[in-house]
Design a protein around this ligand. Structure first.
Ligand code: ZN
Length: 62
């Protein structure tokens, strides 16, 4: 039974989009794309991780 599934583009995975004029970034820890958040408005340039957890992960690793 070889059945092509139409529209199996991205089930479940959201695509990060540009928000408020800021393009999404890729987390250097987990490699996922994340969107701009209001809490990062001030230091978006310095944001490299999608979450505090990733930040810690990256630091503890090596
Ligand atoms: Zn991450």
């Amino acid at each position: 039974m070889a059945s092509d599934r139409p529209g199996e583009a991205s089930a479940g995975s959201r695509v990060a989009r540009t928000k408020n004029g800021f393009a999404p970034k890729t987390c250097v820890s987990c490699g996922r794309d994340f969107e701009w958040r209001k809490k990062w408005a001030r230091d978006w340039d310095d944001v490299k991780y999608c979450s505090e957890r990733c930040k810690k992960n990256s630091k503890s690793a090596r």
